[in-house]
Design a protein around this ligand. Structure first.
Ligand SMILES: [Zn+2]
Length: 181
């Protein structure tokens, strides 16, 4: 099943084209510029704060990570996932992903929850089908990727390289495989 969405900015389509069309797990980093109150479906109200949000998920359907991230990077009018609502008040910044068959989103959520500076903005966000408190965390400053990459990779037990993409809509996308520590 492909998810219909509209790539409003060519940069987001170009970024999505770089992402492997393979099953995998991902951390989507979003930035919010200002305070805003959102209703997240039936989950409740989210008081969006300036700063960075990281949302963890995994994609194991047709098109894998590429199809899922194309959806997240684009603008959608079909609000399916909790993060679709949050996308209305945020812009994508980066994608960290691992294109292996392991489902790492829950381990990554626990890792982000334990990272210095993390706060849990809305209990149950992205976690309707699991026991995690949330799959969304807020940081006033984006944590250093290098410091977290090794821990994320260990939590993933990934055999594949850990990938990092810039997702800023205003700049050209870059793909930089993270060197193994
Ligand atoms: Zn979970």
């Amino acid at each position: 099943m492909s998810t219909p969405c509209r790539d409003a900015n060519p940069a987001t389509a170009a970024t999505a084209a770089l992402i492997p069309a393979h099953a995998g797990s991902y951390a989507l980093w979003l930035v919010a510029a200002q305070r805003r109150r959102l209703t997240i479906g039936s989950l409740g109200a989210l008081a969006v704060q300036p700063g960075f949000y990281v949302y963890t998920g995994s994609a194991h359907g047709p098109g894998g990570l590429r199809a899922r991230l194309r959806h997240h990077l684009g603008r959608t009018h079909r609000l399916h996932w909790h993060v679709d609502y949050l996308r209305r008040a945020t812009q994508p910044v980066e994608i960290w992903c691992s294109d292996d068959n392991a489902v790492s989103e829950h381990a990554w959520s626990a890792l982000f929850a334990a990272t210095a500076g993390a706060s849990l903005p809305l209990r149950g966000f992205g976690a309707s089908d699991c026991d995690c408190p949330s799959h969304l965390f807020h940081f006033s400053r984006m944590p250093d990727h290098a410091a977290l990459a090794a821990q994320l990779r260990a939590a993933t037990r990934a055999r594949r390289p850990f990938l990092r993409f810039s997702a800023k809509e205003a700049v050209l996308p870059v793909a930089a495989p993270v060197p193994r520590a």
